[in-house]
Design a protein around this ligand. Sequence first.
Ligand SMILES: CC(C)=CCC/C(C)=C/CC/C(C)=C/CC/C(C)=C/COP(=O)(O)OP(=O)(O)O
Ligand SMILES: O=P(O)(O)OC[C@@H](O)CO
Ligand SMILES: [Mg+2]
Length: 248
Amino acid sequence: MKEKISKYIQQLSEEGALHFSLIDPDKISNLDKLDSLARKLYEAGTSAFLIGGTLGVSKDKLDNVLEILSDIKIPKIIFPSNINLISEKADAILFLSLLNSDDIYYVIGAQVVAAPLIKKLGIEVLPTGYLIIGYGGTAGHIGRARIIPFDNNDLALSYALAAEFMGMKFLYLEAGSGSPEPVKPEMVSLIRRFTNLTIIVGGGIRTQETAIKLAEAGAHIIVTGNIIEDNPEKAIKIIESIRNYRRV
Ligand SMILES: CC(C)=CCC/C(C)=C/CC/C(C)=C/CC/C(C)=C/COP(=O)(O)OP(=O)(O)O
Ligand SMILES: O=P(O)(O)OC[C@@H](O)CO
Ligand SMILES: [Mg+2]
């Protein structure tokens, strides 16, 4: 399978942290406004769209969103909560394994069911270890995560090393959507120091200061979801601050 999106991320990451915009097809209050909102995020400097959600997302809703975003010239990447969220309209899929789940379905079951269809459709896969940290939110609950405490950096690093040894290329540190606090920069910097994984951080990032601290700690990709829906102007400020940070 071609590695277009993976190379795009790798190349851009060499100049510093990137921002990805998470669009939840079930949370978009007004689909007519999605195109103009998405264009604003793109113009502010977001580098890709992640499309997904845990509750209430159907393939139809996913396809609708992918269709609306199709003209915007950055990658559209599926962020799947389950096997129904696979679409040939996407440029790539985060091929997640929820490493700290107690439920084997989220570690390897869903992946086995999804793999043949992904292969058939020719969607690029981004092999990703998914770790739920601190709070967990809906994804942590549904994914039956044995949550890694916010301060247990050694435990998170051990998972990260295991992910790397198993050949994964990306590590998503997920505090949980709407988390009262984000993953701590110290956890990110430790994993950055001891692995070559591309580190994605998300959950509870609501300010420019938080985003910049995570970028400084070595996060490759910073994801914001809720803030885009709750306060788009603030989301744009966060995106611009990451873009400016990349330029210095
Ligand atoms: C590889 C394939 C096809 C599937 C893997 C499926 C796995 C392992 C999922 C992990 C567990 C899980 C439930 C992940 C959810 C990831 C996600 C889309 C998070 C964002 O959604 P939320 O913001 O939590 O959802 P709500 O807004 O619906 O609460
Ligand atoms: O919605 P927020 O809190 O920005 O979280 C984003 C993402 O990491 C959730 O999977
Ligand atoms: Mg959400």
